[in-house]
Design a protein around this ligand. Sequence first.
Ligand code: URA
Length: 212
Amino acid sequence: MRVELAKHPLIAHKLTYLRDKRTDSPTFRRLAEELVTLLAYEATRDVRVEPFDIETPVGPTTGIKLSSPKPLVVPILRAGLGMLEGMVRLLPSAEVGFLGMQRNEETLEAITYANRLPDDLSGRQCYVLDPMLATGGTLAMAIRYLAERGADDITAVTLLSAPEGIAAIEKEIADLDIPVRLVTGAIDERLNDQGYIVPGLGDAGDRLYGVV
Ligand code: URA
């Protein structure tokens, strides 16, 4: 897996306010969306395009458009939903599929409880959205799920990542022979014994949508 730490002062600035426990949910949602748009710029650097002839008011030229099949954006419910708007702002013609995954708070293992994705993802470039790469269980499972349905290029986008989670994904998907990339806003110190990223930002789903 290719790991890309997106370094930019605006990314670090927005992350600082996301980390701050005094930031309320509406501000958190807005900042997360803005931050994802910056990460999306990095994440889509290799999005597939094809040439396309147009006429300017002055004469003909060749531009580019997104290739078909269009990329698929897959937010992992529930916290990944907070990243969707920021991503599709840059990729408005992408299709969107949903994967509901949740970790068991005792075993820290991921289970799938919802799936709204095309069955056949042959030749699709996929962008998986999950704000927190903690143990890596959810993301590794999502990447494998997409690859088994034919996706041939997968980019995971996270706001924050833990070194343990990155290592776990690399191990879990070592047998996949497609390009997999991680674009993240920061790689934090470690996981604590409850599986939270330290210093992190707490529970991303709760910070986005409140405790339910
Ligand atoms: N999920 C979160 O929302 N936060 C963490 O720190 C780890 C997993």
